[in-house]
Design a protein around this ligand. Structure first.
Ligand SMILES: Nc1nc2c(ncn2[C@@H]2O[C@H](COP(=O)(O)OP(=O)(O)O)[C@@H](O)[C@H]2O)c(=O)[nH]1
Ligand SMILES: [Mg+2]
Ligand SMILES: [Zn+2]
Length: 198
């Protein structure tokens, strides 16, 4: 999910998080993840399309906006949208996994007007994404809770990886930045570094 967030932040898209299929999850772990991202500043919706938990809040929030549903294939994007807008009749349960199938898959999205100045864009199967075209010294900007610490790093080209005087690493050690997010950051940083070696 952090890869998706990086892509959204780098595109300056207002981003909210939906954790769906809460019916399958342990309540405590779901709450902990939700709290982690709320603390960072994201709006988090906890939903289950199966038993309709949390869907009203999400439905209300969509009104009057242009909403793009994005995320891994199979998380329930189309199911949620069909619940809100039955007329859309989106296909559910389609696993498009073109690396396995080896066939060309249509990857298009259409913006659909659903009334009340509200628009919906469903997106087709993405298995995972790699943020592309991001410089490693910029990656930290897309982890929005790093921002305040980054400014104080000793070097302005700090990648918050090993550099002395890094305030991001300091904040992780103090527990002000979560270890999970910092781990994500390091993993994405590796792929960004590979891209740049090209
Ligand atoms: N248990 C459970 N299954 C769900 C939920 N939402 C969707 N599903 C199922 O997950 C599968 C994938 O859903 P789909 O909407 O196609 O996911 P998408 O690829 O993100 O559009 C389908 O079999 C759905 O019935 C949910 O909240 N709980
Ligand atoms: Mg879908
Ligand atoms: Zn740093």
């Amino acid at each position: 999910m952090d890869r998706f967030l990086v892509a959204c932040e780098s595109a300056h898209i207002k981003t909210n998080i939906i954790i769906n299929k809460t019916d399958l999850a342990e309540e405590l772990s779901v709450k902990a993840w939700a709290e982690l991202y709320k603390k960072i500043g994201y709006r988090v919706f906890l939903t289950s399309a199966l038993d309709s938990t949390g869907v009203n809040d999400l439905f209300k929030y969509l009104k009057g906006k242009k909403n793009l549903f994005w995320g891994q294939s199979g998380v329930g994007k189309s199911t949620l949208l069909n619940l809100f807008y039955p007329d859309l009749n989106l296909k559910v349960g389609e696993i498009s996994n073109y690396t396995l199938k080896g066939t060309h898959t249509t990857v298009t999205s259409v913006m659909i007007f659903v009334g009340d100045e509200t628009y919906i864009i469903d997106t087709p199967g993405v298995r995972e994404i790699d943020p592309f075209g991001i410089r490693k010294e910029d990656l930290g900007h897309y982890f929005i809770e790093f921002e305040n610490y980054m400014r104080e790093c000793k070097f302005n080209t700090c990648t918050h990886h090993h550099e002395p005087g890094c305030k991001v690493i300091n904040a992780v050690e103090k527990g002000d930045i979560s270890e999970e997010r910092y781990d994500s950051y390091l993993r994405i940083l590796e792929t960004v570094e590979k891209d740049m070696n090209f």
